[in-house]
Design a protein around this ligand. Sequence first.
Ligand code: HEC
Length: 105
Amino acid sequence: MKRLIFLTVLVFTIVSLHAKPFFKGQKEYLRECRSCHGSSQFFIGKFTPERWKELLRDKGKKLAFNHIQTKNSVEYFQSEQYLKRIQYIEAYVDYYFKKAQKHSQ
Ligand code: HEC
């Protein structure tokens, strides 16, 4: 019985760890991007996966550069928080396109 409980806990831990990155990315989007870009459901799909990849490469260097250039949300795009969490945004974008692909089949 103890063993079963242990295994159940283990499985749930693994599953929730797996689910985390894109959840965190969604949260980050809601907090930091939505005020300007609106719902992620519409916004992410406005760009191709290749364009997103390009923008998010090297810790979102290009995305940050473009926002700083146009003076949009400069403080956030220069912050440590951005560098730390851009990986979650990336996970969220990935998840979005995977889901979109599934629906179109
Ligand atoms: C203060 C407002 C603001 C915030 C906050 C903001 N953006 Fe933007 N973003 C803009 C504007 C305005 C543009 C259009 C700039 C242009 O036309 O060159 C833009 C452009 C973009 C583009 C297109 C860039 C390109 O070069 O093709 C993407 C993708 C994007 N933003 C993603 C994000 C993400 C992801 C976040 C959150 C991490 C975010 N933005 C936060 C204002 C904002």
